[in-house]
Ligand binder design. Structure first.
Ligand code: F6P
Ligand code: MN
Length: 335
């Protein structure tokens, strides 16, 4: 069953009747639906840009500056950020924090929600016709300074989700009552519910990690991957397969579809001591989705969603996926 909400200002999604029904405050739910709707409008525009690829010159061109996290900023990173902020300006959103920007944007002071986003995840794949995406996290606005809305553990998120611009454009999203998967239907131009209760496989002997960093990894990660490579005759007793796209959204989407484990651990390269991925823009929303689909997300020793945040662009070691494989990795971290 499908519901239409509050007029037709957002045409880009047909929400399921279950969407956010765990939010009992009707105004809050209304604000959440409207804001997720705006993000779908933004994602549709970004998806259109991605689909044109080299027909639009310079999408993957480097702007010549590094973003707030020290990555090369591409033209599409900047455009995606601008598209999102333009849509959110019409929404009940007080603050917007973006991986592409140093500080927090104040949009509608006093509004109920605050949004954090990685506007274009997987930017090293922009020019390669490989899946990329947008990741977002919605918090209730906290009283006081703008930072208060973001400097908190991920377990306080109202919504976490991500869009994948791939063979299909999809939205995978949770409000804390399970995970829904929507597909952007090309004909109607709307995100349409495809999987109402997405569940992650309990186990699958498949891992994803950037193995080029093997010599820099922490010992527990080196031992786990070494045992995966040994396969059936080794302590894990089964052969492992390997898949690594290099866009978090695509790797997360694959794991949600068929199980397995993703690892981007901390390592001893300068700047990677706390991992590579960002807690606020990437690990929090992906972890919320993974847990709601029945999986686990950890930094090796602690649950991602319980970690406090003290810097906007804070990095975190990130391991998530099927319960069996994540528990295994956790066991390698135990003294
Ligand atoms: O946003 C960072 C990101 O592009 C992720 O999408 C991806 O998982 C990771 O970086 C890949 O990192 P690396 O290039 O070090 O393998
Ligand atoms: Mn990213």
């Amino acid at each position: 069953m499908i519901i239409t909400i509050w007029g037709s200002q957002h045409m880009a999604i047909q929400f399921s009747a279950d969407f956010a029904t765990n939010l009992h405050d009707e105004n809050l739910r209304k604000n959440v639906l409207s804001t997720v709707g705006a993000l779908c409008d933004a994602a549709k525009e970004i998806s259109d840009l991605c689909a044109q690829g080299p027909l639009i010159s310079g999408l993957g061109a480097v702007t010549g500056i590094e973003n707030a996290d020290g990555d090369d900023q591409k033209a599409l990173d900047v455009q995606s950020d601008e598209i999102i902020i333009a849509k959110l300006r019409q929404e009940p959103v007080a603050y917007y924090a973006s991986e592409e920007e140093e500080g927090i944007n104040t949009l509608a002071p006093g509004a109920a929600l605050s949004v954090a986003a990685d506007p274009l995840d997987g930017s090293s794949n922009i020019d390669t016709n490989v899946s990329i995406g947008t990741i977002f996290s919605i918090f209730p606005t906290a009283p006081g300074a703008a930072e208060n809305s973001f400097f908190r553990p991920g377990n306080e998120q109202l919504v976490g989700g991500f869009f994948v611009y791939g063979p299909q454009t999809t939205l995978i999203v949770t409000c804390g009552n399970g995970v829904e998967l929507y597909v952007l239907e090309p004909k109607s131009g709307q995100f349409v519910l495809a999987v109402p209760k997405l569940r992650l496989a309990e186990a699958r002997a498949e891992y994803g990690i950037n193995a080029a960093n093997a010599r820099h990894w922490q010992t527990p990660v080196q031992l786990f991957i070494s045992d995966c490579l040994t396969g059936e005759p080794g302590p894990l007793g089964e052969n492992y397969n390997m898949r690594w796209v290099g866009s978090l959204v695509a790797d997360a989407s694959r794991i949600l579809s068929r199980g397995g484990i993703f690892l981007y651990p901390a390592d001893n390269r300068p700047g990677y001591e706390k991992g590579r991925l960002r807690q606020l823009y990437e690990a929090n929303p992906v972890s919320f989705v993974i847990e709601q689909a029945g999986g686990m997300a950890t930094n090796g020793t602690s649950r991602i969603l319980d970690l406090p945040l003290s810097e906007l662009h804070q990095r975190v070691a990130f391991v998530f996926g099927s319960n069996k494989q994540v528990e295994l990795v956790r066991s390698y971290f135990k003294p």
